[in-house]
Ligand binder design. Structure first.
Ligand SMILES: [Cu+2]
Length: 508
């Protein structure tokens, strides 16, 4: 071939490459500006929705200050984190069911932020979505969140302003609502995450990863490329503190996946039984599996029983890059051995958030829906905006909303036509998963996040019983930032807030 042709082809490839780096970098967000279609009709502002009385319930008060912090993940691995109260994860919040929770957010960062209470059923104006339920909290400002913690379970909180960037940088923490009568004395929270410690690598491989993922069909290639370190409660490998437990001792372990990759944890055989998924109790009669799969954004609680051996580990399934970063040693004495070098157990078939039926259902038989919505999840390549993640071939804020009236029963069929995983999360409601791939589930599951893998289809039902404007989006925040977001839009109410604007409201 002619040398000139070769070099002009090379230049073309380089230009394309360079353009993609710009277009796909996390700082290049698609244009969210103005009011959302459908969110401006309705007679009542979401700020005027009547709230339940708080009576003389106990009030638990917290202050969360968002601030910069150099965070040490492990020796030699330090990141410039954004934190709530100087820690990654942020301050762990614990209350008792029925408490009034009052959290004052103070913003000492130089970017606007919010707090979203992931999984908590609360009034719309406390949901923390900039441009939908509030204005982003500007640097130096404060905002107070207040709601009743009605339902015991494991939750988490995180910023919902530019969440693909802000959650990535550490703006998240656990929120546990304890039962009035606690079943387990020993109760621990573990938040799983991935970090791009080498920031320079991040932008480049973000693009490369997405491209490769799209071409190779690897459903996680985008995030695998981008992140080089796994963490448990902000630490990795031998910096993770072991749990000290005696043989036969039982503990409740609450796992929260704050990252964008699926994590599979391998437990010693016979030591793990699932208790709850997304704060809903499950019927886990079968305890044969020792592998727990946790989707991005998902919470799963298990009962763990310490085996006879002195030291064991709960570790990430092998065969995945950085698996050795994610290991929780469990040892019987604090004698300096930290257990990290122990062999991981080998796993059998994994259990996950939809493996067991829920104890309490919303619908005892398949209801007749008032509203049906087919949600096709797909990937697109738009040369103007880079790679996009679509709902019904549109990207947010142009995605068609799910229009409901208070009291409606809503059926949504989620279908993943792309080649990447989409953990879809609904705010302000729980839904019941009734069918997968066209087949009725023997045991329906109540959740607020369903992990839709490539080719899969789920039928979910929920009751429109919480007036407001509520996001329904992919919890791989990189996908949300590139369009995979829609809104459950109640006819009766409107949002007085705007996307973009001088507040710079960017919910994804
Ligand atoms: Cu997704």
């Amino acid at each position: 071939m002619n040398r000139k042709i070769i070099s002009s082809v090379m230049i073309g490839i380089l230009l394309l490459f360079g353009g993609m780096v710009f277009l796909l970098s996390p700082w290049h967000q698609s244009g969210e500006e103005g009011s959302l279609a459908g969110l401006t009709d309705g007679n009542k502002s979401i700020l005027e929705i009547k709230e339940p009385g708080k009576g003389n319930r106990p009030v638990k008060t917290f202050t969360l200050t968002a601030q910069d912090k150099k965070w040490v993940i492990n020796d030699g691995k330090e990141v410039a984190a954004w934190t709530y109260n100087g820690k990654v994860p942020g301050e762990a919040l614990r209350v008792t069911e029925g408490d009034v929770v009052r959290v004052k957010l103070k913003n000492d960062l130089n970017v606007p932020i919010t707090i979203h209470w992931h999984g908590v059923l609360l009034p719309n104006k406390m949901d923390g979505i900039p441009g939908v339920t509030q204005n982003a909290v500007e640097p130096g400002d404060t905002f107070t969140y207040e709601f009743i913690a009605n339902d015991a379970g494991t939750y988490w909180y995180h910023s919902h302003q530019q969440s693909s960037i802000q959650v990535d940088k550490g703006l998240y923490g656990s929120f546990v609502v304890e039962e009035k009568e606690k079943e387990y004395e020993r109760d621990e929270v573990f938040i799983l995450d991935e970090w791009a410690v080498d920031q320079e690598r991040e932008n480049l491989s973000n693009m490369g990863g997405m491209m490769m993922g799209a071409m190779s069909g690897d459903s996680e290639a985008d995030t695998k490329q981008m992140y080089d370190t796994f963490t448990v409660n902000g630490k990795s490998g031998n910096a993770i503190k072991p749990m000290i437990m005696q043989a036969g001792e039982k503990a409740r372990l609450r796992f929260i996946n704050a990252g964008y990759q699926v994590h599979r944890l391998v437990f010693p055989e016979g030591s793990m039984r699932m208790l709850e998924a997304d704060a809903e109790k499950v019927k886990s009669e079968d305890t044969k599996s020792n592998v727990l799969e946790i989707a991005p954004g998902e919470r799963i609680d298990v009962e763990f029983t310490k085996p006879e051996e002195d030291a064991v580990v709960i570790g990430h399934e092998q065969g995945v890059d950085h698996a050795d970063d994610m290991v929780i040693p469990v040892i019987s004495t604090n004698d300096g051995k930290n257990g990290q070098q122990l062999a991981h157990a080998t796993g059998n078939a994994a259990v996950k958030g939809t493996s067991y039926g829920s104890e309490k259902l919303i619908f005892n038989k398949t209801p007749n829906p008032d509203v049906t919505y087919d949600m096709d999840l797909s990937m697109g390549m738009d040369m103007g905006e880079g790679m996009s993640f679509q709902i019904n071939n549109k990207t947010f804020p142009d995605t068609p909303p799910i229009k409901v009236k208070e009291g409606d029963i809503v059926k949504v069929t989620l279908r993943n036509e792309g080649r990447m995983n989409h953990p879809m999360h609904l705010h302000g409601h729980r839904f019941q998963v009734n069918a997968k791939d066209g087949k009725k589930l023997k045991q329906p599951v109540v959740k607020d996040l369903v992990h839709v893998k490539p080719g899969e289809e789920y039928e979910i039902y929920f009751k429109a019983d919480n007036l407001g404007e509520w996001l329904f989006h992919c919890h791989d925040n990189n996908h949300a930032a590139r369009g995979m977001v829609t809104v459950v839009d109640y006819e009766e109410v409107y949002s007085p807030f705007q996307l973009g604007g001088k507040e710079d409201n960017h919910p994804n």
